[in-house]
Design a protein around this ligand. Structure first.
Ligand code: UT7
Length: 348
């Protein structure tokens, strides 16, 4: 849908002139999550690679993860999460202006998974594109949606993060295959008000760390060939220890940065939703930030690392079980391949 650009308010408008803070209030009108029904437990993994439930639980906090059915792809997961989010928001698909699908596991390189979703939803007025930012994808998508709505360019943006990580892990590599799972989380972004709105974002990248977490043969650098497949270059490769250290540091730094930017401190936060990669990363960051454990939202025990989907899946659970109340301050922080990081502060 094409909307004329309005006159933008001055940078020092009612939002207090906070850099990265949206001028026109933007909030989340609906959230939805979907995880495939097939559960893979740590005990099942014990039959596939040399590992143990005890090792996986103590080193990662993961007890089980969901695995997409053979005929399910990321767009199928995104569709189910999106329908929930739209229903909750009371929005008809034809009223969506733009669809963003953050994913590291698109159905295929093109057409974009967002285009497939647009068709299947019947979102006849929507533009659509995929967003490639791995585990930080949802927050990058949220920042994009918020900016487009804040500017007045769009009113309704669907951000549907969906991942079939089970399709890109090497099931013979015990150091990575135990970590990931499949799932989707979607949110409908709409104009908010002064009491319910995104307050700010902090996005960051350090591309010099790109080699620490990558899929070497997944694009133009090393096109798929019998040799690349023989070498397993189509699978995730990760320097786990390095990424771990980066993650703990950046979750703390990105949290403090967005809080400071918006004039808050950790003690103001009602709900902390970090990317769900490893409970030890979350615990270490939570300790440094001083959050009380009951304010931390986790699902890594049940879903493993669902990449871009982990934060909206957790947000959906927080909403569905009634924990989050209007006016609560919600801090979300993503980190991952890039290396990249992203934090968002939302007044629910
Ligand atoms: O979302 C993207 C961001 N990703 C992340 O944030 C992941 C960050 N990294 C991590 O979460 C952790 O580094 C891992 C969970 C991947 C690994 O945990 P770790 O405590 O760093 O273990 P390690 O890699 O240092 O390995 C310790 C030992 C090694 O054996 P040796 O060399 O000490 O004999 C590994 O071979 O554990 C071994 N090991 C395993 N043993 C049983 C590695 N994977 C397994 C396994 N089961 N699945």
């Amino acid at each position: 849908m094409s909307v004329p650009l309005p006159d933008l308010p001055a940078a020092s408008g009612s939002h207090g002139g906070i850099p990265g803070s949206p001028a026109r209030p933007v909030s989340i009108a609906g959230v939805g999550g979907y995880a495939p029904s097939r559960v893979m437990t740590n005990h099942e993994l014990e039959t596939m690679v040399e590992t143990s439930d005890e090792w996986i639980t103590t080193r990662t906090g993961i007890r089980e993860r969901r695995i997409a059915a053979p005929d399910e792809a990321s767009s199928d997961l995104a569709l189910k999460a999106s329908r929930c989010a739209l229903e909750q928001a009371g929005i008809h698909p034809r009223d969506i202006d733009l669809i963003i699908v953050p994913t590291a596991t698109p159905d295929m390189i093109f057409p974009g998974t967002a285009c497939i979703l647009q068709d299947r939803l019947g979102a006849t007025s929507a533009g659509a594109f995929d967003l490639s930012s791995a585990c930080t994808g949802f927050i990058y998508g949220a920042a994009t949606a918020t900016g487009l709505i804040a500017s007045g360019m769009y009113d309704t943006v669907l951000v549907a993060a969906a991942e079939c990580m089970s399709r890109i892990v090497d099931w013979n590599d015990r150091s990575t295959c135990i970590l990931f799972g499949d799932g989707a989380g979607a949110a409908v972004f709409r104009p908010g008000d002064e009491t319910s709105r995104f307050l700010g974002f902090e996005l960051g990248t350090d591309g010099s760390g790109g080699d620490l977490l990558k899929i070497p043969s997944s694009g133009s650098r090393i096109p798929p060939s019998p040799e690349s497949v023989e070498n397993g270059q189509q699978y995730i490769q990760m320097a786990g220890g390095e990424v771990f250290k980066f993650a703990v540091r950046i979750v703390v730094d990105a949290s403090l940065a967005v809080l400071e930017k918006c004039g808050f401190t950790p003690s103001d936060v009602d709900w902390f939703i970090p990317h769900q990669a490893n409970i030890r990363i979350i615990d270490a960051a939570v300790k440094r930030l001083g959050f009380s454990p009951e304010r931390v939202v986790t699902n890594v025990d049940r879903y493993g690392n669902t990449s871009a989907a982990s934060i909206p899946l957790a947000l959906d659970e927080l909403r569905r079980d009634g924990r989050v109340q209007k006016g609560d301050l919600v801090l979300m922080v993503g980190f991952g391949a890039g290396l990249s990081w992203a934090s968002a502060l939302l007044r629910w």
